[in-house]
Design a protein around this ligand. Structure first.
Ligand code: NDP
Ligand code: MG
Ligand code: MG
Length: 340
């Protein structure tokens, strides 16, 4: 089994007394900043004027323009959107890094695909939580954590690994487990996971199930409960105890249906297409498409997003969730301006 590190394996001293600049205060940024501060570290925020800046100030942080925050920091964590990072790096970060500083990422995309080429005299590593930012925060507050990967790309101080681990510990990840990776592995597996399984795979599966039922004349509310709402209940069982635990909880009829029908939905051809998706990620085709889409002002992204938000499963779902106050997502009420 790969070596997974926990609280007791980590030396916190390497990060103590260092100033950490967190650049960006969105999903990951707010979680890292608040968790690090509560873990005893000195954190400043780098941002442009705007909603995130207001929020960071409300949360009691000193907020500086990105260049200023970078100048005063020893450790610079870049938590800007991946597609924005190269420009902000060129304009405000690159020239303000000092020899021996640490340049840190939560995802390897820009280093792996050479969109950012760091100077040779700084440590470069990643600490990538394996979960959404709001859960990085929520689990920390509850005394737990989200697991994280760490990987060192460049180690000039000889301490990059220790600093990465201390950082991971500071955001609460060592409560759940910290695992070593490379920028290549983190980037490719993260992109694959979100496209084929976690985000793309799951949303397409849910929508296809919902549409199959509603097109056959069943009530959309019934289809919503069946294909979307209950997904969480099933995933909780998977999260807590794997496939066996989930199958223990469902009826034997459901389990038999799982065995005979699951492989008809996700068959060898589906797996073949998953392999194609992985190839596009590995050879840079996906990265190129996403970079060009951003350069063009996101025409396809916006068009698809608008269409998706109008899908019947979204309108029906909103009505039903409004009638289930316990389902209220705390993110809705607390952090309306920050996306998940
Ligand atoms: P968000 O989109 O949630 O937040 C981005 C932040 O950057 C906002 O605070 C935004 O502020 C700020 N920002 C955007 N443009 C600029 C700019 N030009 N100058 C200064 N600040 C700017 O990002 P995420 O947290 O989703 O992603 C951050 C990183 O974490 C990425 O590398 C991502 O891959 C990685 N990651 C994200 C996960 C997630 O859960 N979302 C999971 C694991 C890794 P403003 O309000 O001004 O727009
Ligand atoms: Mg991910
Ligand atoms: Mg990702």
């Amino acid at each position: 089994m790969a070596k997974v590190l926990y609280e007791n394996d980590i030396n916190k001293e390497v990060l103590e007394g260092k100033k950490i600049a967190v650049v960006g205060y969105g999903s990951q940024g707010h979680a890292h900043s608040l968790n690090l501060r509560e873990s005893g570290y000195d954190v400043v925020i780098g941002l442009r004027p705007g909603k995130s800046q207001q929020k960071a100030e409300e949360d009691g942080f000193k907020v500086f323009p990105v260049a200023e925050a970078v100048k005063q920091a020893d450790v610079v964590m870049i938590l800007l959107p991946d597609e924005t990072q190269p420009k902000v790096y060129e304009e405000s970060i690159k020239d303000n890094l000092q020899a021996g500083n640490a340049l840190v990422f939560a995802h390897g995309f820009n280093i792996h695909f050479s969109q950012i080429v760091p100077p040779a005299d700084v440590d470069v590593f990643l600490v990538a939580p394996k979960g959404p930012g709001h859960l990085v925060r929520r689990t920390y507050e509850g005394g737990a954590g989200v697991p994280a990967l760490f990987g060192v790309y460049q180690d000039v101080t000889g301490k990059a690994t220790d600093i990465a681990l201390a950082y991971a510990q500071g955001i609460g990840a060592a409560r759940a487990g910290v695992l070593e990776t490379t920028f290549q592995e983190e980037t490719e597996t993260d992109l694959f996971g979100e496209q084929a399984v976690l985000c793309g795979g799951v949303t397409s599966l849910i929508k296809a199930g919902f549409e199959t039922l509603t097109e056959a004349g069943y009530q959309p509310e019934v289809a919503y409960f069946e294909c979307m709402h209950e997904m969480k209940l099933i995933v909780d069982l998977l999260y807590e105890g794997g496939l066996e635990n989930m199958r223990y909880s469902i009826s034997d009829t459901a389990q038999w249906g799982d065995f005979v029908s699951g492989p008809r939905v996700v068959d060898a051809e589906t797996k073949g297409r998953m392999k194609d998706i992985l190839t596009d990620i590995q050879d840079g085709k996906f990265a190129k498409g996403w970079i060009l889409e951003n350069q063009a002002g996101r025409p396809q992204f916006n068009a698809i997003n608008n269409k998706e938000n109008k899908h019947q499963i979204e309108t029906v779902g909103k009505e039903l969730r409004d009638l289930m106050p316990f389902v209220k997502n705390p993110i809705d009420s607390k952090q309306k301006d920050v996306k998940v």
